[in-house]
Design a protein around this ligand. Structure first.
Ligand SMILES: *Cc1c(COP(=O)(O)O)cnc(C)c1O
Ligand SMILES: [Zn+2]
Length: 453
């Protein structure tokens, strides 16, 4: 028997809805849906057998060697193998960030390189599940014609790539002028129908929800909880890569708050299955210019209360270099509030200068950080400084995208073309071409580098 899973309302409405149904919200109360798995069926495999099975698949053949599909029974059990659309997602490195850790006085820090992926961000993890599910739906006779999403850049890149691999048309709605050139190029290259809207991400999100009232146009945003199932494998990979041990803290940049919810769900289900015996603490890291969850958290903390949904007020996100999290009205907020409660979580924020310096410091230690990873590293610095995170804690920072997607961000920093001092800016030297002059210039410059370090 294939393990079973269904959509169910996170507010506890009893109805179960098939994963093949075109449904994004609870038909009774309009609450968010989540995928619920029959845990009794999944517990039919012992924890040890789960560890061995996942480990064996990761070293085995396509497509179950994908970091997502190696755990398919607990991810999306209703996709037949021939409908899996995989681009080799997951299995990203859990990099020991030794020099960065030493620089901030920490012992054990890892960076989970989710951006080292086919389209350069963790969005691939969710999109393989969503697009495979759509392919399954179409082969089961569903009238779905296309998949549509609103995007701050990475979602549309991932959807366009997986749609192209599946042969399913893709529509993307992008906020004009608010995403990087690399991110715009990806959906264009993959042949998606690209629409540029004169609004921000939150505005695009409203339009795509209207567009997908048409049941033949399927919604690809993380409001669609199938994506969460793929992204939760970040938790599975982390513990697998730590020899099935659990880190003390996991820091993740948050915008629409799907990923922090997904990672929490992954750890919670691993514990339910007995594969791990405790949960890490989560930190959701926001840009100070787009920080509705941080504001809610600070308000609750000032009142000496636990965070609730009632603390939240939507904001108009201001422009931030961390463009993928420039979101003022996060769709998955209720899930994130529940996730933080379950994982004894915190919310922290980083300013533009803090995130840029942290990303640059990461780059100096051999990482190549996108601005969102910079947000998480900056929040880590603060929490370690404050003593909230102990120096000997085992910490994982989720790197959400590849630095190469954000070349403009880095080049502005190193040119000093920003409104804050760039303490780690590094500029090329003009040394002419005459060999003796070049050599003596290099010696002079090298002496200077030696004095600085
Ligand atoms: C989507 C994205 C995020 C934010 O994830 P949410 O699930 O929206 O909170 C962070 N960083 C990058 C690079 C992203 O693409
Ligand atoms: Zn409901």
């Amino acid at each position: 028997m294939r393990p079973s899973a269904w959509f169910q309302c996170i507010r506890g409405c009893a109805a179960r809805h098939p994963l093949g149904e075109v449904l994004y919200r609870c038909p009774t109360c309009d609450g968010l849906l989540e995928v619920v798995h029959d845990m009794d069926v999944l517990r039919g495999r012992t924890p040890q057998s789960w560890r061995e099975t996942i480990g064996a698949r990761l070293g085995g053949s396509w497509p179950l060697r994908s970091g997502v599909w190696s755990a398919w029974e607990m991810v999306q059990p209703q996709v037949q193998p021939e409908n899996i659309v995989s681009l080799g997602e997951g299995t990203s490195a859990l990099l020991p960030a030794t020099r960065y850790a030493a620089a901030i006085g920490m012992g054990e820090l890892y960076v989970k390189q989710c951006g080292t992926s086919h389209t350069g961000s963790f969005k691939d993890l969710g999109m393989t599940v969503l697009v495979s599910s759509v392919k399954q739906m179409i082969s089961d006779g569903s009238p779905v014609r296309a998949v549509a999403c609103a995007s701050t850049g990475d979602t549309s890149a991932a959807l366009a790539a997986y749609g192209a691999a599946a042969g399913i048309p893709v529509i993307v709605l992008l906020p004009a002028g608010k995403i990087s050139a690399a991110q715009l190029l990806q959906p264009i290259a993959h042949g998606a129908l690209v629409c540029s809207l004169d609004t921000d991400f939150d505005g695009c999100m409203r339009v795509v929800q209207r567009l997908t009232h048409d049941p033949t146009l399927y919604l690809g945003n993380s409001l669609n909880s199938l994506r969460v199932e793929g992204q939760k494998t970040i938790a599975v990979e982390i513990v697998q890569q730590l020899g099935w041990e659990v880190p003390d803290w996991v820091l993740v940049p948050g915008g629409n708050l799907g990923n922090v919810s997904a990672i929490a769900k992954g750890f919670a289900e691993l514990r339910e299955l007995g594969i791990i015996d405790r949960l890490p603490r989560l930190v959701c890291c926001q840009a100070a210019r787009a920080n509705p969850l941080y504001r809610a958290f600070a308000k609750a903390r000032a009142g000496g209360r636990a965070l609730t949904e009632a603390d939240y007020v939507a904001v108009t996100a201001e422009t931030t270099q961390a463009s993928a999290i420039q979101i003022g009205a996060p769709v998955s907020l209720p899930k994130a509030v529940a996730a933080l409660a379950l994982n004894d979580g915190l919310v922290e924020e980083a300013t533009e200068a803090e995130l840029a310096d942290a990303a640059a410091r990461g780059d100096r230690s051999g990482l190549f950080c996108c601005p969102h990873t910079g947000v998480a590293l900056a929040c880590l610095d603060k929490l370690v400084h404050r003593g909230t995170i102990a120096k000997d804690a085992r910490v994982v920072v989720i790197s959400t995208a590849h630095g190469l997607k954000f070349g403009e961000f880095k080049s502005r920093y190193h040119r000093g073309d920003v409104e804050f001092p760039c303490t780690l800016a590094n500029r090329p030297h003009d040394v002419g071409s005459e060999p003796e002059a070049v050599v003596s210039a290099i010696h002079r410059l090298l002496d200077r580098v030696g004095q600085a370090s």
